[in-house]
Ligand binder design. Structure first.
Ligand code: IVH
Length: 676
């Protein structure tokens, strides 16, 4: 703080800056400054407010962290009731809705439909007076809800203070508060670790987080709010002419609105939007349970009016449910590459999340206990996004008289070796190591996979076939396969057999990080394999490294070090490695002096199409030069290499003033580093 700035001036300055940065980060997804800079300014503001408590205003960013717990929520009356929506479950029902709308309008009255996702969260109302957030409330029964002001304040995408201009003195905004899938997985992962009760789905987790009397708990949950309407008072009807215009205004004032909003001409446009979003559904970062279609023009909305609790001008077209009930018929035990035994629920097939599901994971035996599930139970299955279907709940009161408990096996279902539960771990493991057919088979699948040896055409099914036919026992056997043997396998012709032999030959030229990753050493993922390769530079040096020497590698702790050490101490592993090298597996040398890595400490982003190599090849080469290669551009990015047809990442780099080079520039950097 300079002497010429008073604490109140500086506090105001910091508040504005922090509001701007968090709007850029949480609403626009375009960070302006590194997190550390935000944290520094935040702490400076906290310090000023601690010294001058009178400067601590309710719109200060420091008020997002939660405060003293309440004893109860107050009741809030909604001046304008919070309505709900009618549902359509089929194209026919949607067309009926459109007919009803048009039948109520004069022939010449033209209108559009605004289409947007129906977010699966909790409806909330925000009230701003003179641009400052003064109240947050739940929907409740639509007439009255609960005052959750302290909790909504902690939601990073809720503006504490409006941006821009033109907002009315009193503004009520409505939207959905939800938990993105990643946040949900994170909360449940830590609850699972702590042995606490899990949330069934992101919606329940969002509801549970908002129902907290202690707003510090709410603050610890990464909730978001997407706004979908302005509750217009009688004297505010002139503010906007359409729903889409209202959303545009909300965005200008700092609210998060759906980037997927689209205005279409007619019901066929709505159906096309529905189909498009249904395709995109699994890839979205949050759950949606359908599409909301609204007549866009407010004047037309007024003509149509309401019936009981729902407007006549809007409808929710629901997607197939992501949760369904079915019967648990049996539980099987699958043995993974590392010997971990996973209980898999065998289900009465059920249509959920758009596909028919007959298997779901039960994770581990602690999870079975936590769920209290028995064979024969009615259970709830959830399938959302690309995540494997999960068993989330037992339906209480529906247990049949002949339900059987799920018995924990003592021996490996594949090789009969004893199972063990290492202290502190939830998983049960097969002690058979490579005697176990399942572990070997999974190890071979991993070895062949794209990020490992990348053996084109050698998928999981083919590995199963090769093992079953007795053609391979270890990964080294792969390189002894001959086209004539392969051609005899079911569903394999001469041509595919030759292709596979060629792909195996090609895969022999690899990199040390890929090779190390492919070995399938426990806890050694792609990043660790890379760090090990860069640190030791040769396989010989890594193999003979002591646990202590391994600890010197970035991100390697005692557990990982002991797994690596143990792996190389096993004679069989050594034999397989020797056989692989003898078969001709090789990689280019890595520069001895790591500090000579020209891109050490830099973060790069690759975007667009490259002509000379694939993006993943470019990524590997940059990493070999010491760069970290990230998936998205931020203020922390050092350089963006943009190929042809680069899109939003390039735009963002330009906005943030990040250095951008084209493919030629990239090639020059790689050549200089000896990678080409
Ligand atoms: S509009 C008068 N738009 O769905 C219209 N609602 O079943 C009121 N919802 O309680 C709601 N996404 O919580 C609207 N884009 C969206 C929505 C949405 C989710 C929820 C909302 C409402 C429920 C209605």
């Amino acid at each position: 703080m300079t002497n010429s700035t008073s604490p109140d001036q500086r506090a105001a300055e910091l508040r504005d800056q922090l509001h701007l940065y968090s709007h850029q980060y949480y609403v626009l997804d375009q960070p302006l400054v590194p997190d550390a800079e935000y944290d520094r300014l935040f702490r400076e503001l906290q310090a000023i407010e601690a010294e001058h408590p009178e400067l601590r205003s309710p719109d200060s960013p420091t008020q997002r962290v939660g405060g003293e717990p309440l004893s109860a929520f107050k009741t809030v009356r909604h001046e304008i009731p919070m309505l709900s929506l009618d549902n359509a479950f089929s194209e026919d029902e949607l067309r009926d809705f459109d007919r009803r709308v048009r039948s109520r309008l004069a022939d010449e009255q033209s209108f559009h439909y605004a289409c947007e996702p129906k977010l699966d969260g909790i409806a909330a109302s925000l009230l701003y007076v003179d641009g400052i957030l003064v109240r947050g409330a739940t929907r409740g029964d639509g007439q009255q809800g609960e005052d959750i002001t302290e909790n909504v304040r902690t939601v990073a995408s809720v503006p504490l203070k409006l941006r821009g201009a033109g907002w009315p003195d009193e503004l009520e905004v409505r939207g959905e508060i939800y938990l993105p899938r990643a946040g949900f997985e994170k909360i449940n992962a830590s609850a699972r670790e702590a042995g606490n009760k899990l949330f069934v789905n992101p919606r329940n987790a969002a509801a549970g987080s908002l129902r907290q009397l202690d707003s510090r708990i709410t603050a610890s949950r990464p909730l978001e709010m997407c706004c979908y309407s302005i509750a217009l008072r009688d004297d505010q009807q002139e503010l906007v002419a359409s729903h889409s215009e209202a959303l545009e205004k909300l965005a200008q004032w700092g609210f998060l609105v759906s980037p997927l909003l689209k205005v279409v001409d007619d019901i066929d446009g709505c159906l096309a939007y529905y189909r498009d979003l249904l395709q995109q559904r699994d890839g979205l970062p949050y759950d949606i349970d359908g599409i909301v279609f609204k007549v866009d023009e407010l004047a037309v909305q007024q003509t149509l009016g309401f019936v009981s609790r729902a407007p006549r001008w809007a409808i929710a077209h629901k997607f197939p449910a992501q949760e369904e009930m079915t019967t648990l018929k049996d539980v099987e035990f699958q043995v993974g590459r590392t010997g971990a035994v996973t209980p898999v629920a065998k289900l009465e097939p059920v249509f959920v999340g758009g596909v028919t599901v007959s298997n779901a994971t039960l994770h581990n035996f602690d999870e079975i206990q936590r769920l209290g599930v028995m064979i024969g139970d009615q259970i709830i299955i959830r399938r959302a996004g690309d995540v494997i279907p999960q068993v989330v709940q037992v339906v209480e009161g529906k247990r049949p008289a002949d339900a059987r408990p799920i018995l924990v096996p003592e021996n490996c279902p594949v090789c009969d070796s004893p199972l063990e539960k290492p202290p502190g771990e939830a998983v049960l493991r097969c002690t058979g190591g490579l005697i176990c057919g399942a572990q070997r088979r999974e190890g071979i699948k991993h070895f062949a996979s794209r990020k490992a040896m990348d053996i084109d055409g050698l998928g999981d099914k083919l590995v199963d076939q090769l093992v079953e036919a007795g053609l391979i026992e270890t990964v080294a056997d792969l390189f002894r396969l001959e086209a004539s043997q392969l051609a005899e396998l079911e569903r394999m012709g001469q041509k595919s057999a030759e292709n596979l032999v060629a792909a195996l030959e090609k895969s022999k030229q690899t990199t040390l990080p890929r090779f190390l990753f492919a070995l399938g050493i426990r806890e050694v993922g792609e990043a660790t394999a890379r760090n090990l390769a860069l640190h030791f530079t040769t396989l010989a040096a890594l193999k003979s490294a002591s646990e202590e020497a391994l600890l010197a590698v970035t991100d390697v702790g005692p557990i990982v070090a002991s797994h690596i050490h143990a792996f190389f101490a096993v004679a069989h592993n050594q034999e397989v490695i020797d056989a692989l090298l003898a078969a001709g597996v090789h990689w280019p040398e890595i520069a001895q002096n790591v500090s000579a890595q020209p891109l050490a400490g830099q973060t790069w982003v690759l975007t667009g199409n490259l002509d000379r190599m694939t993006r993943s090849e470019a990524k590997e080469k940059l990493q070999a030069l010491g760069a970290k290669v990230a998936g998205s551009v931020s203020a922390k990015t050092d350089c963006v290499a943009a190929g042809a047809a680069a899109g939003s990442k390039l735009k963002k780099a330009e906005e943030l003033g990040v250095k951008v080079i084209d493919e030629e520039g990239l090639i020059a950097v790689l050549k200089q580093g000896g990678q080409l």
